[in-house]
Design a protein around this ligand. Structure first.
Ligand SMILES: [Zn+2]
Length: 423
């Protein structure tokens, strides 16, 4: 009986996927204390369990990680990079190869970015007009216009399960009229992206909430964008070097105003503490290049921080990176071996990348399990204590952000009347 009800529910969800939007969000549990939630996000290439960290999929260089390895680590959704794929090998070639899934040999879900974010790093070469982002190709110097229509055309050719709107990106530390201009233009570009999507039955378009660090502008953007019936929302324009206090307040303002029944994607966030805190604030999806980038410098992520494997202290350390980690690297290799390998071989980067992605995915699985089992606040306290074992070293923004959703940390300072030297 239970089984047949289960399969009926499953069928209902699948029907929802093939109807108006190719996405359904099933909320499995909501933390009764904080805003954390555990959901099943049903997408064209399978179900994604949230909260989720989404790694970047590459085409199998030794520096990175292959599609097969991502699958073996239990990854259900990864990112494809539109900017680079849009240029080389080019959307036509990928369309000929029957889309990015086939091209990458990745059978699960893919999220592609609009290509606009990369413009921030190429800002000297780019000019933003109402039409789009004009820039010089770093490959051949040709002038290229990335318009909302062009961005969606590229993402339609790639065939990703989730596409991101082109937005007008400004650095999170910029203030003044440019922030308002960019926010309003992003709303207009969202409408152009919605109109340009040729595959609304197969590809989900996400809006990106902008407004910088200005609460009034961000609220105005939320009010306007949530009027559009898009399948999901991203919180954009953060994690770019702004004060952490501004960061979490903008996240909280966003999750307070986003619809409950749609996925919430916090862009560019991937430090373990941020992932846990922002899950508490009600975010469902995250991405960040940090875990893979830091791996290339020999930094392995562990529940108590990180290990700098190139340091001498690991030369004769025959333990795995993390004795509790189940990843292929920890099962096979010692810290000493990896330390030695870093001196001679790029394979070392690859082994640590595998471990770091496994760490991120495992962390999010633990977050999810704790929400489903009704012990998320306890999980957060244990996680924070392990990460910051010395009393009085919790980052104050994390303490404040967690307190705002009713999670108080053991030994965290309330600020008032405290006589600790750190206060
Ligand atoms: Zn490992």
């Amino acid at each position: 009986m239970a089984a047949s009800m289960e399969s009926k529910a499953e069928m209902g969800a699948v029907r929802a996927v093939s109807a108006a939007a190719p996405l359904a969000l099933r909320i499995l549990a909501e933390c009764p204390v904080s805003k954390a939630r555990a959901c099943d996000l049903i997408l064209p290439h399978g179900t994604v369990n949230t909260p989720v960290f989404m790694p970047v999929g590459t085409q199998g260089t030794m520096k990175g990680i292959t599609a097969d390895q991502l699958q073996d680590l239990g990854c259900k959704i990864c990112l494809g990079n539109t900017y680079h794929l849009g240029m080389r090998p080019g959307p036509e070639l990928i369309e000929k190869a029957n889309g990015l899934h086939k091209f990458m040999n990745w059978k699960r879900n893919l999220l592609t970015d609009s290509g606009g974010f990369q413009m921030v790093s190429l800002v000297q070469l780019s000019e933003v007009t109402e039409e789009g982002v004009q820039f010089q190709s770093p490959y051949d110097g040709k002038e290229i216009l990335l318009s909302p229509e062009k961005s969606i055309a590229i993402q339609n050719s790639l065939g990703s399960d989730i596409m991101m709107q082109l937005d007008d990106v400004v650095s999170s530390t910029i203030t003044g009229p440019r922030v308002e201009e960019a926010m309003k233009r992003s709303i207009r570009w969202l409408d152009r992206c919605i109109a340009a999507n040729k595959n609304p039955d197969r590809q989900n378009l996400f809006a990106i909430i902008q407004g910088g660090l200005n609460a009034k502008l961000r609220k105005a953007c939320l009010d306007e964008m949530t009027k559009r019936d898009v399948p999901g929302f991203a919180i954009g324009g953060l994690s770019g070097g702004e004060e952490k206090d501004d960061f979490w307040k903008m996240v909280t303002l966003s999750t307070d105003n986003l619809p409950r029944n749609k996925p919430r994607y916090l862009m560019g966030v991937g430090y373990a503490v941020e992932l846990v805190v922002c899950s508490a604030l009600g975010c469902d999806m995250f991405d960040c290049v940090f875990p893979t980038r830091t791996a290339r410098f020999g930094s392995a992520l562990v529940p108590w921080g990180s290990l700098q494997l190139k340091k001498k202290q690991f030369a004769k350390d025959f333990q795995p990176i993390d004795p509790d980690c189940q990843c292929p690297t920890c099962k096979r290799h010692s810290r000493a071996y990896l330390h030695a390998l870093f001196k001679t071989d790029t394979a070392a980067m690859h082994h640590v990348t595998v471990h770091n992605i496994s760490y991120q995915l495992t962390l999010m699985r633990s977050v999810r399990e704790s929400i489903i089992e009704g012990r998320f606040p306890e999980f957060v306290r244990t996680f924070m204590k392990r990460m910051f074992p010395v009393e009085g070293t919790y980052p104050s923004w994390a303490v404040d952000a967690l307190a705002s959703v009713n999670i108080t940390l053991d030994g965290a300072c309330s600020g008032q009347g405290c006589d600790s030297a750190l206060c």
